[in-house]
Ligand binder design. Structure first.
Ligand SMILES: *Cc1c(COP(=O)(O)O)cnc(C)c1O
Length: 494
């Protein structure tokens, strides 16, 4: 029997995993969730003898039941290969009382690679299974990290094209360089004269443009989405929580069945939701510690039961967490309503109309395993500096938010359980903020000088993702006005 997927906003017929991956978002605006959560039936003991790819197979086959074993294994092997700079794929590093789960060893050195390296293969396999003959065109708006990870994932994947729009003056120099040097005949990168919201809005308009859809259909194209609402991104993220737990077991750090805590620097709520699913699968996780930066909507929500986005948007040194609407929270809300689509719609309507909603005591109770905290800019910087001074280990700004929140939690509770901190980006991706946190003498250096300094100071080699862009030629130089985005897409798909 296939595990089916239901939209959080309707009680209509559920669909298969491959259909949910193809659609991305449900046409009623809801997110797809599995109608029930399966259980792991291999033991942690058995899993601890497996490679990352083998664990990935055991986890994903529980969720993607309409993929054959062979199809799934092919997707996994194409995704988790030499693109990663370590065979372990997601290694654990112990430092100062916590285990850092390094999720940045893929081609763009941020955790988005963990899912975006497999999504293209899941998507093209899903297209074949469902007799979709059209070429799939991924349209993405990015504020930096997702764009590059999606480009790297889809580059040269047969049967796909990827078009990324980014705000020309709204990303970091390293992020821009990573995107505009992207190789692959099927990749297209366009700077827009506007901000991220303009880019995102332009893309949404194209997704809902029925005329455009029909026109593309005649040319053999259909749009799809690579952002984190796609269930094809969520499920691959469950894998590394299972893998890291069994690694702790293998290394004798924990006993079988011993509970651990998980700490996640959170933006769109995708990564921590994957940890929640890992727990639901039966993995012995106790607390799910949700760490926010100054945009602490989620912290306030878990404290009070009120989600309120009516506040100033603050630009921080952890930009991938600068977000006021955490889309994946809708999945947890739906679960907490007892899978009640009408109630979920009511809350999401309130969010789009008034920018806020509140939940009942019963719903709060269902979410009681979530603990929330936040770190301000200074606390984030101090955490990087003190961890470096104590241990020599250098973490990025996003991971530092989580480390600070974890240290606070430990200090204020009697909880002595071991903890895994999701380390979501390499410090090389946010070199300037990281180096400035460690010492202000670095302020006058260029970005690439800082990269070399970081390498010396941390004793780590510069990742290929950074080496590659030092001298890589610019391959994309199209810039357009916001109202010309559709024309650009049509000229690409002529
Ligand atoms: C995307 C991202 C996050 C936030 O992850 P969510 O799944 O959106 O909560 C945290 N850190 C980094 C470096 C990211 O790129």
């Amino acid at each position: 029997m296939n595990l089916m997927y239901q939209s959080t906003r309707s009680n209509s017929e559920p669909i298969t995993a491959s259909q949910a991956i193809l659609k991305g978002l449900s046409s009623d605006g809801g997110l797809y969730v599995p109608v029930s959560i399966p259980k792991l039936f291999v033991t942690t003991e058995e899993l601890s003898k497996m490679t990352y790819q083998e664990v990935a197979f055991e986890v994903m086959k529980l969720f993607f039941t309409d993929f054959s074993d062979d199809e799934l294994k092919k997707c996994i092997n194409k995704a988790y290969d030499e693109k990663f700079d370590t065979e372990e794929i997601a290694p654990l590093v112990y430092a100062d009382g916590a285990y850092y789960l390094e999720l940045f060893h893929g081609s763009t050195i941020a955790f988005k690679d963990m899912a975006l390296s497999i999504l293209p293969h899941l998507l093209t396999t899903a297209a074949k299974k469902n007799q979709v003959k059209d070429e799939i065109v991924i349209l993405t708006a990015t504020s930096g990290d997702t764009g590059k990870a999606a480009l790297a994932g889809f580059a040269d994947v047969e049967g796909t094209k990827i078009i990324v729009f980014y705000p020309k003056d709204g990303v970091s120099p390293i992020q821009e360089k990573q995107m505009i040097t992207q190789t692959g005949d099927n990749t297209f990168v366009i700077g827009i004269r506007g901000n991220f919201d303009d880019a995102q809005n332009g893309v949404k308009i194209m997704f809902n443009d029925k005329e455009l859809e029909a026109e593309l259909k005649t040319k053999g194209y259909q749009f799809s989405s690579a952002n984190s609402i796609n269930i094809g991104r969520l499920v691959p993220q469950i894998v590394y929580y299972v893998y890291s737990y069994v690694n702790l077991l293998k290394n004798g750090e924990i006993k079988d069945g011993e509970q651990i805590n998980v700490v996640v620097p959170t933006g769109n709520f995708g990564n921590i939701l994957a940890a929640y699913y890992a727990k639901a699968l039966g993995l012995p996780i106790d607390k799910l510690i949700c760490a926010s930066n100054d945009n602490k909507v989620l912290y306030d929500f878990f404290q009070t039961g009120v989600y309120d986005r009516n506040r100033e948007f603050i630009l921080t040194s952890s930009p991938s967490m600068d977000i006021l609407i955490s889309s994946n929270l809708e999945r947890l809300i739906y679960i907490a309503t007892g899978c009640n689509a009408d109630k979920t719609i009511e809350l999401m309507k309130a969010l789009s109309k008034e920018g806020k909603y509140d939940i009942t005591e019963d719903m709060k109770d269902i979410m009681k395993d979530f603990i929330a905290g936040y770190a301000g800019e200074q606390q984030t910087a101090e955490t990087i500096k003190s961890l470096y001074e104590k241990t020599g280990y250098v973490i990025d700004t996003h991971t530092a938010v989580a480390a600070y929140v974890y240290n606070q939690y430990k200090a204020n509770s009697n909880d002595t359980k071991k903890a895994i901190i999701a380390s979501t980006a390499s410090p090389y991706k946010f070199t300037r903020s990281v180096m400035n946190a460690i010492d202000e003498q670095y302020e006058s250096m260029t970005d690439f000088e800082l990269v070399d300094e970081l390498s010396k100071l941390s004793g780590t080699t510069v990742p290929n993702a950074i080496e590659d862009i030092r001298s890589a030629p610019v391959l994309h130089d199209t810039v357009c006005d916001v109202d010309k985005m559709k024309e650009v897409v049509l000229s690409i798909l002529k």
